[in-house]
Ligand binder design. Structure first.
Ligand SMILES: Cc1ncc(C[n+]2csc(CCOP(=O)(O)OP(=O)(O)O)c2C)c(N)n1
Ligand SMILES: [Mg+2]
Length: 541
C-alpha cells in the first residue's frame, strides 16, 4: 500500500467522509488513491472555496474538515479561507503537496515554503521530510485541530514520500478530543450561582460557542426567566420564535436587544461562548457591561478578560457549565415579561425592492429547517437585524474575519453536514463576482442550495461607507448592472429574478424539486437605509 492510501485510511478512521480541494501534480498520488478508498473528493473552482467549505463544514458539525491541495499555488489561493477558519476556530486539516525531496532547493516548479507561510494562521504547520513520520504527524495534526479551542492545521508532504510504500495497518482507535469535557472549577460555579441568585434582572448573551446547545441555553433562560441576546455570530443558536429571545445584539442590533442590553435595570450579564469581538460588542463599547455584574464562560481561556475585565471568568465547557447552572441556581417564579416587537415598523423611505421586507417574509417560502448562511456586505447587516430564524432553522456566518464570498463556497461544506437539510445563502453582487463560480461546485455535486444574490450593482457597503466617512464616494464602486440570473441560466443553474416584493410568492414553486443549486437574484437599487452605522462609526477616529 502506498503512503497516499494510508493517509486516506487515517482520515477515514477520523470520521472524514469527503475532502475539498483541487488536484495537482504534487498531490496526485493522494487524489489517485481516492480510486481505492471510500472518501468523496469535492473539487472546487478555487482553493479558497475548498477552505471556506471545509471551515463551514467543521464549524457547523464540530467535525474535521479536510482540504487536499497543491503546495505553493494551491495553498496561496487558500490563504483567505485558512485565515477564515482560524478566526472561526474551525477544525480544518490542510494537506498540501511539496516537491520531491531530491528537488528541494534546485528551483523545481512550485517550490515554496508553505509551512512557514501558514504558521501565523494555523495551530500547527509542518513539512514532513521523513517517510516514517507521515502517519504520526497526520494524527498529531488532526488531534491538534480538534482539541479545543479548535483551529486549522497544515501538513506538507513531498511527492516522493506520497508514492512510497507503507506496510503497517492503520488501526487508529480515533476519539474526537472535543468529546472530552473541560470541567469548570467548582468554586467558579458556586460563585456564578451566588451572583445569579442575587441578581434581579439578568440577561444571557449567547455566542457561536453555544452552537448545538440551543436547547440547554433556552432551558437556562426559562429557569432563570432571563432574556437572551445573541451575537451576530451566535445568530440562529436560539430560534427567533423563543419569546425571551430579543434577537441580534452588536452590529445591526434589533431595537429590542439594544434597549435591553443598555437598560439600567439589567444588573447581571451572563456571557456564554463568545470572543466578544468588534461586531458582538459594537466596537468594544463598555456600555454593554456598565452597572452589571459580568460572568463570562468559554472553553478558550484566551477569550476571558481579553476585552472586558469580567467579574467572574469561567474557563469551562458549556456542555457542563450550563446544566450545572440550571441545577444550582434558584428557579424563577416570576411571570416572563412580554418581549417587545424586535424592530420598529417598516417605513418606506427608499426606491426599489425592500430587503427588509424580503427578509421579513422569506422564511415563509422556504422550508422551516433551512440552514441560512450570510456573506459579507451591506446586505448582511439587514440579515442580522431582520431575518428571523424559525425553531427548526439555523444560521452561520463568519463576521469576525469577514471575507466577501466566503458563504458561497462555505455553503458547499454546510450542505454536507446533514443529509437533506435545505441550505440557503444571502450574498451580494460583489461577492458573487468574487467567488460565485463555487455555485458550479454545488451544481456538479447536485447540491440543491438556494443562492439569494442581492444585486444592487454596487459595492454598497463601501459606497455608503465612503459617503458617511468622507462625504463623497467614487463612481467605480458601482458596477455596470449585469444580469446574474442570465449568467447563471447560461451555465445551467436554474435562476430567477425578484423585481418587486410581490414576486416573493414565486419562490416556493421555483425551489420545489431542485436537483442542483438555484439562484434567486433580488434586484435592488441600494437606496434602502441599511443598519450599518455601528460599523461605519468604528472606522472614524
Ligand atoms: C475579500 C474581501 N475584500 C474586500 C472586502 C471589503 N468589503 C466589505 S463589503 C464590500 C462590498 C460588498 O459588495 P456586495 O457583495 O455587492 O454587497 P453589498 O455591500 O452591495 O450588499 C467590500 C469590498 C471584504 N470584506 N472582503
Ligand atoms: Mg452589491
Amino acid at each position: 500500500m502506498r503512503i497516499s492510501n494510508s493517509i486516506l485510511k487515517c482520515l477515514k478512521a477520523a470520521d472524514v467522509k469527503h475532502v475539498f480541494g483541487i488536484p495537482a501534480g504534487t498531490v496526485s498520488p493522494i487524489y489517485d488513491a481516492m480510486n481505492d478508498e471510500d472518501i468523496l473528493p469535492i473539487v472546487t473552482k478555487n482553493e479558497a472555496g475548498a477552505a471556506y467549505a471545509a471551515a463551514r463544514y467543521a464549524n457547523i458539525s464540530g467535525k474535521l474538515g479536510v482540504c487536499i491541495v497543491a503546495g505553493a499555488v494551491g495553498v496561496n489561493n487558500m490563504i483567505n479561507g485558512i485565515a477564515d477558519a482560524a478566526r472561526a476556530k474551525a477544525p480544518v486539516l490542510i494537506i498540501s503537496g511539496y516537491v520531491n525531496r531530491w528537488q528541494i532547493g534546485k528551483g523545481a516548479l512550485q517550490e515554496l515554503d508553505t509551512e512557514n507561510i501558514l504558521k501565523p494562521i494555523t495551530k500547527y504547520s509542518e513539512t514532513i521530510l521523513d517517510e516514517n513520520k507521515v502517519i504520526e504527524s497526520l494524527k498529531k495534526a488532526i488531534t491538534i485541530a480538534l482539541t479545543p479551542p479548535h483551529g486549522p492545521v497544515h501538513i506538507s508532504i513531498p511527492l516522493d514520500i506520497q508514492l512510497m510504500q507503507f506496510e503497517e495497518d492503520i488501526n487508529w482507535d480515533f476519539s474526537n478530543p472535543s468529546d472530552n469535557i473541560i470541567e469548570a472549577n467548582p468554586n467558579d460555579i458556586k460563585e456564578a450561582t451566588d451572583i445569579i441568585n442575587n441578581s434581579k434582572h439578568g440577561v444571557i448573551m449567547v455566542g457561536k460557542g453555544c452552537r448545538r446547545l440551543g436547547d440547554e441555553v433556552v432551558e437556562l433562560s426559562k429557569h432563570l426567566n432571563w432574556p437572551i441576546i445573541t451575537t451576530p455570530e451566535g445568530k440562529g443558536v436560539i430560534p427567533s420564535t423563543y419569546k425571551l429571545n430579543y434577537g441580534n445584539f452588536g452590529y445591526s442590533s434589533t431595537d429590542a436587544a439594544l434597549n435591553l442590553a443598555y437598560s439600567e435595570d439589567v444588573d447581571c450579564l451572563l456571557i456564554l461562548g463568545t470572543s466578544l469581538g468588534e461586531s458582538a460588542t459594537c466596537n468594544f463599547n463598555t456600555k454593554l457591561i456598565e452597572g452589571k455584574k459580568v460572568i463570562h464562560v468559554d472553553w478558550d481561556k484566551k477569550e476571558l478578560g481579553k476585552v472586558f475585565d469580567e467579574d467572574l471568568k469561567i474557563h469551562g465547557d458549556l456542555r457542563q457549565v450550563v446544566p450545572e447552572l440550571i441545577k444550582n441556581t434558584q428557579k424563577s417564579i416570576k411571570e416572563p415579561e412580554v418581549r417587545p416587537e424586535l424592530n420598529g415598523g417598516y417605513v418606506k423611505n427608499h426606491t426599489g425592492v425592500s430587503l427588509r421586507l424580503f427578509l421579513d417574509r422569506i422564511t415563509e417560502f422556504v422550508p422551516k429547517n433551512t440552514l441560512y448562511l450570510s456573506d459579507l456586505g451591506e446586505h448582511m447587516n439587514f440579515v442580522f437585524k431582520y431575518l428571523n430564524i424559525p425553531e427548526e432553522g439555523n444560521f452561520e456566518v463568519n463576521l469576525n474575519y469577514a471575507a466577501m464570498g466566503s458563504a458561497i463556497g462555505g455553503a458547499v461544506g454546510a450542505y454536507l453536514v446533514e443529509e437533506n437539510r435545505p441550505v440557503a445563502v444571502f450574498s451580494g453582487d460583489g461577492s458573487f463576482f468574487m467567488n460565485g463560480t463555487e455555485i458550479l461546485t454545488a451544481k456538479e455535486n447536485n447540491m440543491p442550495i438556494i443562492y439569494f444574490i442581492i444585486n444592487n450593482s454596487m459595492l454598497a457597503y463601501v459606497d455608503h461607507g465612503h459617503k458617511f466617512l468622507y462625504g463623497r464616494s467614487l463612481e467605480v464602486f458601482k458596477q455596470e448592472r449585469v444580469s446574474i440570473a442570465d449568467m447563471m441560466n447560461a451555465v445551467g443553474v436554474k435562476s430567477m429574478r425578484i423585481e418587486s416584493i410581490e414576486d416573493i410568492i414565486k419562490i416556493d414553486d421555483f425551489t420545489k424539486d431542485l436537483n442542483g443549486p438555484c439562484v434567486i437574484e433580488i434586484i435592488t437599487d441600494g437606496t434602502e437605509p441599511a443598519p450599518i452605522m455601528d460599523r461605519l462609526k468604528s472606522l472614524k477616529n
